[in-house]
Design a protein around this ligand. Sequence first.
Ligand SMILES: [Zn+2]
Ligand SMILES: [Zn+2]
Length: 382
Amino acid sequence: MIKYKWKHLLTVLLLLSLCFTGCNTQEADRTEAPSSQQQNVVETSNPQKTGSLTVQYLDVGQGNAILAESEGHYMLIDGGARESSSFVVSYLKEQKVEKLDYLLISHFDEDHLAGAIGALHNFPVDTLLTPDYETDSAIYRSYEKAVNEKSYEAVHPKVGEKYTLGSAEFRIISPVSYGHEDENQDSVGMILENGENRFFIGGDIGLESEKEILAAGTDIQADVMLMNHHGSHVSREFFEQVAPSYCVISCGADNSYGHPRKDTMSLIKEKKTPVFRTDKQGTVILHSDGSQISSEQQPCQDYTPGQRGNSGGQDDKNESLELFNNSDAEHCDYVLNVHTKKIHKPDCGSVRQMGEKNRAYYKGDLQMLKDNGYTGCGSCNP
Ligand SMILES: [Zn+2]
Ligand SMILES: [Zn+2]
């Protein structure tokens, strides 16, 4: 008698579970139907069941702010500059973000940090990820204040570490080392991965950090590449290793830095890689279902480089100093005159006559300098 009852109960349970499985399948099918907003399929590969990931490159003018969401879990990568801080906060509120699973600050430059401070004040943060260095800027001090108020302890992720965000996961690829003269090179970079879809996000890394990443043998291939440092320098070798199917550039319309750079845009164009730009299109939104990436707008296919501001010459000089002054008198391979754009060997007689303000100590590739309009000094023949 009892046995029979159990048998009966089991049958009922079996039927019930079958019904639930059926319902679940229907539900899944329904959510997989393409919505009218997500029509532009930009990448295809083998179908595989993974949850969804949305990556939004917010239009924060000259700066970076990326909101990634998977299965109700959120990560904000940088928060843009001061001017866009309140925009970022209200954007996140509109998206019904209640807390951030991660706030990742790639590095402590104002165009990445200011809005992140706004986010710190407005949303609880489970894990705060930052590079492992400190700086003495005013904006850094207000960041420290916000972190102390909330009693947060920043985690400094190491290359190779992996973190989970819903169905997605991100793997840290930089910085390989610290102590660069140019803080941009200390940016925390990652590959954000959902099923078979990969997004490269490297903050403001440049040629130096790229070299270290390549030397470390890290797998950096990705479907979508956020161009480093607002479309500033990228080496051919690095770009070819990422080999993206799509590029995204986050920079301000008519910015005075001349971002994106002309050589970077020519390289992307040469590779026939479709490009999305926040300065031309506003916020760029991409969706991944684990096998396909779709976008809410078409790539803009605008490969025109940024124009330098009115103080062009001065900016040019500053950028050269920022990019190429990466060593010191003792260790450098070359001494540069950023004003005349001449390359000298460190022992060249004319180095002594060069004004301190125009001098950059450079360790690295000679060809890189030539690619950037520098020529060798006629007497020391570097
Ligand atoms: Zn920046
Ligand atoms: Zn920077």
